[in-house]
Design a protein around this ligand. Structure first.
Ligand SMILES: CC(C)(COP(=O)(O)OP(=O)(O)OC[C@H]1O[C@@H](n2cnc3c(N)ncnc32)[C@H](O)[C@@H]1OP(=O)(O)O)[C@@H](O)C(=O)NCCC(=O)NCCS
Length: 170
């Protein structure tokens, strides 16, 4: 089976925080950050498998610190682990106070992407090989997260079977 280094999928995006992107607390709107996260994670997944990919799930986005207009926001993403057709992508969000230079981890997120063939069917992806301490830690702990996702997916399917698609105006 083909293998790729974690570093081959790594990518970065740094942005300023502009007025249209803030909420009523004058900090970066959570939905905007989530869109950045999905965007950069999909690039890492695509770089890893060189196929088109879809987001299968986002575990959670943990907003650890608010991001202010005086900060830059830098997102880093890379593939941490692979199943057969799925890839776990980690996104680390670093905010930097541009005047003081102080940096903090503002948010973290794990997402799962699935590679698709030309018929939009899941297709096997190369395995991923960690090199750094951080990459090893994320790689080794991934099977546990994948199992939690499998259970959650089953629960989501059961819930969807129970929910109605009826609208109030039907
Ligand atoms: C994700 C999707 C392609 C999976 O297709 P499927 O026919 O159900 O395929 P499978 O059940 O064989 O799952 C394929 C892989 O996806 C993984 N997967 C599927 N749903 C998942 C979920 N919710 N969370 C994590 N992994 C998931 C499976 O574990 C499997 O991984 P593996 O091959 O590494 O073992 C399909 O459910 C889909 O198209 N969903 C909508 C995606 C979408 O529109 N995303 C938002 C816009 S990009």
């Amino acid at each position: 089976m083909e293998k790729r280094w974690v570093r081959e999928s790594r990518c970065y995006k740094t942005s300023r925080v502009f007025p249209p992107d803030v909420n009523n607390h004058n900090t970066l709107f959570g939905g905007k950050l989530m869109a950045y996260i999905d965007d950069i994670a999909s690039i890492a997944a695509t770089k890893h498998c060189r196929r088109s990919v879809v987001t299968a799930s986002t575990d959670s986005v943990d907003f650890l610190h608010p991001i202010r207009p005086s900060d830059s926001v830098c997102l880093e993403s890379f593939v941490t682990w692979t199943g057969k057709t799925s890839m776990e992508v980690f996104v680390k969000v670093i905010k930097e106070d541009l005047l003081s230079g102080e940096r903090k981890i503002a948010a973290t997120s794990f997402l799962t992407f699935v590679a698709l063939d030309d018929n939009k069917k899941p297709v096997p992806v190369p395995a991923v090989v960690p090199e750094t301490e951080e990459e090893f830690k994320l790689h080794e702990t991934a099977p546990q997260r994948a199992e939690a996702r499998r259970i959650r997916r089953e629960e989501s399917k059961k819930l969807a079977d129970y929910l109605t698609v009826k609208q109030p105006w039907d």
